[in-house]
Design a protein around this ligand. Structure first.
Ligand code: SF4
Length: 264
């Protein structure tokens, strides 16, 4: 991808008054971790940066509305599949008003291959109607506003904030949640608590890119079932080393080598 946002999007991010992101509130409410935990967390984050220097959002978009729609479509779907659907979709619907007045059956047919298309179409139309009614047709750049939109949870909101607006955010998807527990960064299954726990360990400016790197590592190496511990670049640092095969050859077979946007 692709978070190949055009200059206008990046400029919008750069021009935003500081301190509007609600991620800041998340960090401020976190319990203070001990220094050893913090030091190890930063070592893991640094190693992830080394392992995945090119990590980024795989969804194609050219403005915040497109990213919001693509992120809604990405639920239970690979990024590659979403990227196959969006060129036609984005050409057909250019503004929130276009989506708000969309013919539901037509929208459903355009997004059908992403799965759960009825729910997704309902979310997209509802989200766009709210954008028109309450935000002048623009995607808001605050977490507390984004999460009031139909189909937009905290995870989607943080993707949009971090990737389209440049506001640091921790995206707690299934991979980030699993890895945070394995790294010993959290003991919770509650995404809000996990977000808070990670925020207490990692500098704010790294939140968005760290989320991407954790997602990449989760997709490729640290799988839910049978993580490839013996072939993992974090094996010297990870407190969960050994929960998957440690034999290097056996572990290497578990590493997913497909392009990242084809992995769930
Ligand atoms: S050592 Fe194992 S559990 Fe730890 S990050 Fe690597 S694959 Fe995951």
């Amino acid at each position: 991808m692709a978070s190949r946002a055009p200059v206008s999007v990046r400029s919008a991010a750069a021009g935003r008054p500081a301190g509007r992101a609600t991620g800041r509130a998340t960090a401020s409410t976190a319990a203070k971790p001990d220094e050893t935990t913090r030091r190890r967390a930063r070592a893991i984050a640094a190693k992830l940066a080394e392992l995945y220097p090119d990590a980024h959002c795989e969804l194609n978009f050219s403005n915040p509305l497109e990213l919001l729609v693509a992120t809604i479509l990405s639920a239970q779907c690979t990024d590659r599949r979403v990227n196959m659907v969006t060129p036609k979709l984005f050409a057909r619907y250019r503004t929130a008003a276009d989506y708000a007045s969309a013919d539901r059956a037509e929208l459903e047919s355009l997004i059908a291959s992403t799965g759960f298309y009825r729910n997704k179409a309902r979310s997209i139309i509802g989200m766009a109607q709210e954008l028109c009614a309450r935000f002048g047709g623009e995607v808001p750049d605050r977490l507390e506003d984004l999460v009031t939109l139909p189909g937009v949870g905290r995870k989607t909101a943080n993707v949009v904030l971090g990737t389209a607006f440049g506001v640091p955010g921790i995206t707690v998807d299934t991979h980030v949640l699993r890895l945070a527990k394995r790294f010993g960064w959290t003991t919770s299954d509650d995404p809000v608590v996990v977000e808070r726990d990670i925020a207490a360990l990692i500098p704010r400016k790294e939140w968005t890119i760290l989320s991407h790197r954790m997602i990449w590592h989760g997709r490729r190496v640290c799988h839910a079932r049978r993580p490839a511990c013996g072939a993992c670049g974090l094996k010297e640092l990870c407190p969960s080393y050994g929960i998957g095969p440690t034999d290097p050859q056996e572990a290497a077979k578990l590493v997913k080598t497909k392009p990242i946007d084809e992995l769930p």
